[in-house]
Design a binder for this molecule. Structure first.
Ligand SMILES: [Zn+2]
Length: 430
């Protein structure tokens, strides 16, 4: 199924380009207001409204007239798009049940936007090195504006369909809409989140603990034992080399077992869930040092030492990577979210506080008294962050493949959702 996705990036236009963007936004606004005035007069006079096709003819007239000839300086497409949107807004506005009401005249600087509907006219130049070998920002070509730099914060996948330039809070942004072929396994629609932990490898949002690496723990003692033996041998002696080989083999064995266990686990997870949300490990490793941070005071102190650490660190990384490609094979996807405060935020009232964690396994909100297992709360917060991200990324809710997600969200108020995940009993006060 083909779905539409949108990527939004901050534009970095130079001064001349900014002036052009302002000018073109002004022209689109002018066209909107002019056509709205025309339609309002017809409405008041009881004359049938014009549809887009007729409005577009007016635009051609305006552009070729002496009086409004300044419109010719801007691209015709963005002005046509303003009319298209006006046309839609008027017909929707005539419906009394529409909460938005009848469209209004546009003011300078409010909702300034330019839509470029023709993918052939938008060209992306994604090179990040210039001829001299210096880093540069990628550029997007916009008709009559030229090549505008933008901050590409993520990869753009799919076929570019259109682009919209908007101005918000003093900055220019471009939203690039793409079409991608995506098959969500519709029979097994489900979204879940994983909280990657130290005691258990991961906790699912439904409370399932996953610890496939438990069998590896038995190797820990053995490894310590073999290493001690090595330290007693004479360096570079025949015995020393022999012992060293033994340790290498043990490490290899551990790696193989871990790989195998993770393969089985991820296959099972991907069969049961279409979308899985996890914390972004790159960011996470920075926020959670072994000594603990404000976010996680001392949580990892003991566990982050020695073999346990290497098992877990590599286990997390492998787990996430396997999930990513296995989900993509099945048409699902992996969503990564920022890990900050996921274990301290109350899922019921939103209160975020280190005091919500009296000890490692317990979550108890100091504000509303909500209490649950800390890992599960973490997974829940990761899940809700993932949902937010999906919506921000412009998952087209009209589309069936994404529609289930929105439907699922709207049919569950946060409390309801939470009750379903944790069981009604989780709502009791302590
Ligand atoms: Zn609370």
């Amino acid at each position: 199924m083909v779905i539409r996705k949108a990527y939004r990036f901050r534009l970095e236009p130079d001064e001349a380009q900014q002036a052009l963007l302002h000018q073109f936004c002004g022209q689109a606004r002018f066209v909107w207001n002019k056509a709205l005035e025309l339609q309002k007069r017809r409405l008041d006079g009881g004359v049938p409204l014009l549809r887009y096709g007729d409005l577009a003819k007016y635009l051609t007239l305006w552009r070729s007239s002496e009086e409004y000839g300044f419109l010719r300086q801007g691209p015709v497409h963005t002005q046509q798009q303003a009319l298209k949107r006006l046309d839609q807004a008027i017909w929707e506005g005539l419906d009394r049940n529409n909460p938005k009401g009848f469209p209004a005249f546009r003011k300078r600087g409010v909702h300034d936007s330019l839509r470029y509907p023709d993918p052939n006219q938008i060209k992306l130049d994604l090179r990040v090195w210039d001829e001299a070998g210096r880093r540069r920002l990628p550029k997007i070509f916009l008709p009559k504006v030229g090549r505008v730099k933008f901050r590409k914060t993520r990869e753009i996948e799919g076929m570019v369909k259109n682009a919209t330039v908007t101005r918000r809070a003093g900055h220019w942004y471009v939203s690039i809409q793409v079409e991608v072929e995506q098959e969500l396994p519709l029979s097994k629609l489900s979204i879940t989140a994983l909280d990657l932990g130290v005691k258990h490898l991961a906790t699912l949002v439904d409370g399932t603990r996953i610890d496939p690496l438990f069998p590896l723990r038995r190797f820990e003692e053995k490894l310590v034992w073999e290493q001690r033996k090595l330290s007693r041998k004479k360096r570079f002696s025949r015995n020393w080399y022999q012992q060293k080989r033994r340790i290498t083999r043990l490490h290899e064995h551990i790696a193989n077992v871990r790989y195998d266990l993770l393969q089985k686990l991820t296959t099972r997870l991907c069969k049961n869930h279409a979308v899985i949300v996890v914390e972004d490990l790159k960011v996470r490793s920075m926020t959670r040092s072994a000594r603990g941070t404000v976010d996680e005071p001392g949580r990892n102190v003991r566990a982050k030492s020695g073999l346990n650490k290497s098992i877990l660190d590599q286990g997390w990384g492998m787990l996430v990577e396997m999930l990513r490609y296995k989900l993509s094979w099945r048409g699902g996807m992996l969503v990564k979210v920022a890990p900050h405060h996921t274990s301290q935020r109350c899922p019921r009232c939103g209160h975020t506080d280190p005091d919500n964690r009296p000890d490692q396994p317990t979550f108890r909100c100091v504000e509303c008294g909500f209490s649950a297992h800390a890992d599960q709360v973490g997974a829940y917060n990761i899940l809700s962050r993932g949902m937010e991200k999906l919506r921000d990324e412009g998952w087209d809710t009209a589309d069936a493949s994404a529609g289930w997600l929105e439907g699922w969200l709207s049919s569950h108020s946060p409390d309801r959702l939470f009750a379903e995940i944790f069981g009604e009993s989780c709502f009791g006060r302590i």
